[in-house]
Design a protein around this ligand. Structure first.
Ligand code: NAD
Length: 430
């Protein structure tokens, strides 16, 4: 029995690694295509297809039961030709090398689309924070910072929160980094609590950015947001605040989910109630009896579908069953390339992750600017600046898709990669 369980776990891990590898190769394929469309040669592709730097670390932690467990962590830095690298840290059992590398490339593209002075970075630790105590999580967060401290910093690589990491974890990390450097370094990490130099509007920034993009996409498709039916997969930082933004905009949120299951109501769910009862990991569904699966949720009748949980959710297996006319990717990599093609062929308007969820890194950039200046902005200033960047970015990607007659994903890659490629040329890297 024990052997079977171990073998099953290894098999599952291998399948997840295969999926991530596929996602990584798909990213490289679209980068290749985007560079060709922009008339850059093979040398540029050689440079940009992989991260410039990748570090794997092992972090020993004394657990509450007295045993020592060794965790594996990663930090990937895709390209720093336009500035320091920037990107979140993920704590998740399914983190792996290919996923972290792909995520760091996407961060480069997001910064290119929003015209931020950063390249892409990403980090992750293979762990399940839902099964760890606060003390264990603090030790792991601090241990990770000690392990990667040589390659990160306010002018080198600036981390941020991602799946299953939050402002408390950022607080432990900035504290550890400041101890190591022997001076307060708020610009080392973003997504911090306000009292430690966090930015107003950062907590809701990703969802806010997605909401702005949904509004722009709805205009293009002639859909009135008031009364539009919206389905959101995932009820964590991105999904839960997005549900609130959609609800406040007059839309009906008719389905939401967490890792365990989903709930639906065609008359519109009570979002304020759900926000009150979700836990810090974005879980709420165990409180309900009539749940449906995440698979069923994605296929619900609706106008706008927002995958806001994890990657590889819309594949060639379910792309024909998606009923929404607009899909806006709040999660990173929720739709495979095969599914992208199917959705495009079916006339579904797909707004890609690297555009729609770029609000998070944009306000992270604002946080870093405020930290460097020690001068802090009002929420209104943050929101207005975010809105301008998101609307301009959407319009720019949409314009390129029309001019080159390509889908929104390829257009977003073209916009995102252009600045990196040009900066790399000037530096003589390709
Ligand atoms: P989170 O940890 O706050 O929430 C994740 C949500 O997804 C939870 O509701 C969880 O229950 C659900 N979930 C986890 N595993 C799942 C599974 N196997 N199937 C269905 N649901 C599952 O994470 P988040 O910060 O909201 O991030 C969600 C997505 O948005 C990720 O892909 C992340 O990379 C992306 N993203 C987040 C930010 C940010 O600022 N938080 C920025 C850009 C992109």
């Amino acid at each position: 029995m024990v052997v079977d369980a171990v073998l099953n776990k290894i098999k599952q891990q291998q399948q997840e690694e295969q999926q991530s590898l596929k996602m990584y190769h798909s990213t490289q394929t679209v980068i290749h295509e985007a560079l060709k469309k922009l008339n850059f040669g093979e040398q540029m592709y050689e440079l940009l297809k992989e991260p410039l730097r990748f570090l794997e670390v092992r972090i020993p932690i004394k657990m509450d039961d007295g045993t020592v467990k060794v965790f594996t962590g990663y930090r990937s830095q895709h390209n720093d030709s336009v500035g320091p690298t920037k990107g979140g840290i993920r704590f998740h059992p399914e983190v792996n090398e290919a996923e972290v590398k792909a995520l760091s490339i996407w961060m480069s593209l997001k910064c290119g689309i929003t015209n931020l002075p950063f390249g892409g970075g990403k980090g992750g630790i293979i762990c399940d924070p839902r099964k760890m105590s606060g003390r264990e999580l603090e030790c792991l967060s601090r241990g990770y910072v000690r392990a990667i401290s040589q390659i990160v910093g306010p002018c080198k690589d600036i981390p941020a929160p991602d799946v299953y990491t939050n402002s408390q974890i950022m607080a432990w990390m900035v504290d550890e980094y400041s101890h190591l450097r022997e001076f307060d370094s708020p610009g080392f990490i973003t997504g911090k609590p306000l009292v430690l130099g966090g930015s107003k509007g950062r907590e809701t920034a990703t969802a806010h950015g997605v909401a702005i993009v949904i509004e722009e996409a709805a205009k293009k498709k002639g859909i009135n947001l008031k009364d539009a039916r919206v389905v959101i997969q995932g009820f964590g930082n991105a999904g839960s605040y997005l549900a609130k933004f959609m609800h406040d905009a007059g839309a009906k949120v008719v389905g939401v989910s967490d890792v365990l299951g989903a709930i639906t109501d065609q008359n519109g769910l009570d979002i304020d109630y759900l926000l009150d009862c979700r836990d810090s990991f974005g879980t709420f569904s165990s409180l309900f009896n009539n749940t449906i699966s995440n698979k069923e949720l994605l296929e619900l009748d609706c106008d706008i579908l927002v995958p806001a949980a994890i990657s590889n959710q819309i594949t060639e297996k379910n792309a024909y069953d998606i009923k929404a006319s607009i899909v806006v990717e709040a999660a990173n990599g929720p739709t495979t390339l095969e599914a992208t093609k199917i959705l495009n062929d079916r006339g579904v308007f797909l707004v890609p992750d690297i555009l729609s969820n770029a609000g998070g890194v944009t306000v992270s950039y604002f946080e870093w600017v405020q930290n460097n200046q020690s001068y802090y902005w009002t929420e209104e200033e943050v929101d207005n600046k975010l809105k301008k960047i998101m609307v301009d970015s959407f319009e720019n990607v949409y314009r390129i898709s029309q001019i080159h007659q390509v889908d929104m994903r390829l257009a977003a890659y073209m916009v995102g990669i252009k600045k990196l490629a040009e900066a790399s040329c000037f530096r003589g890297w390709a």
